[in-house]
Structure formats: structure tokens, C-alpha cells
Design a protein around this ligand. Structure first.
Ligand code: ATP
Length: 236
């Protein structure tokens, strides 16, 4: 459903993506792993219209090219992006953050169903609906950021480092939820530095190094690869 071909993105003189090709098919969790500065966030920003590629195509849903499209048009096509750093509105309540996620929708019944589904995934949010989002813990803010994206009922979810800075037990909960969201039918492109967890949960993965894809395979294959074990899983 998402086919990226030969994508190049630059920040001025910095050539951050140098011909990246990858795909996400219906039903998949695909992960992109790589070191700091490899270009992972840049790729997600290019898909969601926040950066304009200098070359290449981002074909979505059988042929629409997202490359260079405005972010609000990408959102309308059903792509939700949860950026790194839990970009929630901390001066608003939990409830208001969820409403913002659904701002393009008019189907009241569907929205109510999605709220219930989210409260099933993250019961804590239901208890804190009237609380200011600033009072949530880091893990709860990440849950809110994911929930806000789900309120748009996305057809494709882009997650940027959802486990960053969270306690191990919260990381486990986040990954469990990522699997559940996918099993309910949403394909996910997951950017992670926690390569082990990401490859465990993903159907397929890509390793990106200084703006280029250097390896790809199923999650299992990559977990078993010597180079991945050495460089990304911290094994000697
Ligand atoms: P991280 O996990 O640290 O965010 P990443 O793999 O997501 O790493 P990117 O943030 O995509 O990496 O960065 C890719 C390259 O582009 C890096 O060399 C980075 O320094 C550069 N870069 C990223 N954002 C900008 C920017 N706004 N202006 C200039 N250079 C940037």
C-alpha cells in the first residue's frame, strides 16, 4: 500500500536520504532501524508531507504520489504520523487532545467506537480525560499521542520512536499495543532505536545507515543477522 522508490531528501547541503526504496503492504508492521542521524525521522517526515523530496516517488494506495504533497492532504488520505517526542498539546486536556485527532471526522458513531477501543487499549486515559495532558507521565503521554493518531482512524500509521525514554515496563506495554493495533487491521511503519523490540514485533524490517538502506528482511531474519546483532543489538 506504500511503495517508496529512490527517495532523496536534503536539508540544504546535508543529503539526508540518498535513494531509499521500501514498501509497506496491507496488514504489515514494517520497521526501520538505524543509528542516530541515519535518516529515519526524515523518511517519515517526507511521507507525511513535512519535507519535500528532491527526487523519487512515494506511491500510496495504488498510485497516488505523496512526494511533495501538503501535510493536510496526506492526513486526508488516512495517514497518521506520531512524531518523535510525543507531540501532544500539553496545555489541553486528554479529552481535547483526542478530539483534535478526530477533527476531520463527522461519523459520531465511528468516533465513539474508536474512543471505546482506545480506552480498551489504554484504560488509564479514560480515568484522566479531564486532566491536563501536561500532568501525564512520559509513558501516558506516548499513549495519548498514539491514541490521538488512532482517533483519525488511520489507514496507515507512522510511529517515530514510540519507546524513546520510557521505562522498560512501559516499553513492553507500548509494543503490545502496537501489535494489537496492527492485528485490528492497521498497517504500521515503525521507526525505532530499540531494534530488538522492533524486530520482534515487525513482519519485515529495513536497516538504514547514513541515508541508505543497507539491509532488509523479515524481523526474524534480521534478528539472526550477525551485522544487526553486532551493531544494532549491542552484542559483541
Ligand atoms: P534520530 O533518531 O537521532 O532522530 P534519525 O535516523 O531519525 O535519527 P534524522 O533525524 O532523519 O535521523 O536525520 C538525518 C540527517 O539529517 C542527520 O544527519 C541530521 O543531522 C540531519 N537533519 C535532520 N533534521 C535536520 C534539520 N532540520 N536541519 C538540518 N539537518 C537535519
Amino acid at each position: 500500500m506504500l511503495h517508496i522508490e529512490d527517495l532523496h531528501v536534503s536539508y540544504g547541503a546535508i543529503h539526508a536520504l540518498k535513494g531509499v526504496s521500501l514498501r509497506v503492504e496491507t496488514g504489515e508492521i514494517v520497521t526501520l532501524i538505524g543509528a542516530n542521524g541515519a535518516g529515519k525521522s526524515t523518511l517519515l517526515r517526507a511521507i507525511s508531507g513535512l519535507l519535500r523530496p528532491s527526487r523519487g516517488t512515494i506511491l500510496y494506495d495504488g498510485g497516488k504520489n505523496l512526494a511533495g504533497m501538503a501535510p493536510h492532504d496526506v492526513v486526508k488520505l488516512g495517514i497518521s504520523h506520531v512524531p518523535e517526542g510525543r507531540a501532544i498539546f500539553s496545555n489541553l486536556t486528554v479529552e481535547e487532545n483526542l478530539q483534535i485527532g478526530a477533527f476531520l471526522r463527522k461519523d459520531r458513531q465511528g468516533m465513539e467506537e474508536d474512543r471505546e477501543r482506545i480506552f480498551g487499549l489504554f484504560p488509564l486515559l479514560k480515568e484522566r480525560l479531564r486532566q491536563s495532558a501536561a500532568t501525564l507521565s512520559g509513558g501516558e503521554q506516548q499513549m495519548l499521542a498514539i491514541s490521538r493518531a488512532l482517533m483519525a482512524r488511520p489507514r496507515l500509521l507512522l510511529l517515530d520512536e514510540p519507546s524513546l525514554g520510557l521505562a522498560p515496563i512501559v516499553v513492553q506495554a507500548i509494543f503490545k499495543t502496537i501489535r494489537e493495533i496492527n492485528q485490528a487491521g492497521t498497517p504500521i511503519l515503525l521507526v525505532e532505536q530499540n531494534a530488538h523490540m522492533a524486530l520482534m514485533v515487525a513482519h519485515r524490517g529495513y536497516v538504514i545507515q547514513t541515508g541508505e538502506v543497507v539491509m532488509e528482511g523479515t524481523g526474524k531474519e534480521l534478528l539472526a543477522t550477525e551485522r544487526v546483532r553486532q551493531f544494532y543489538l549491542g552484542e559483541a
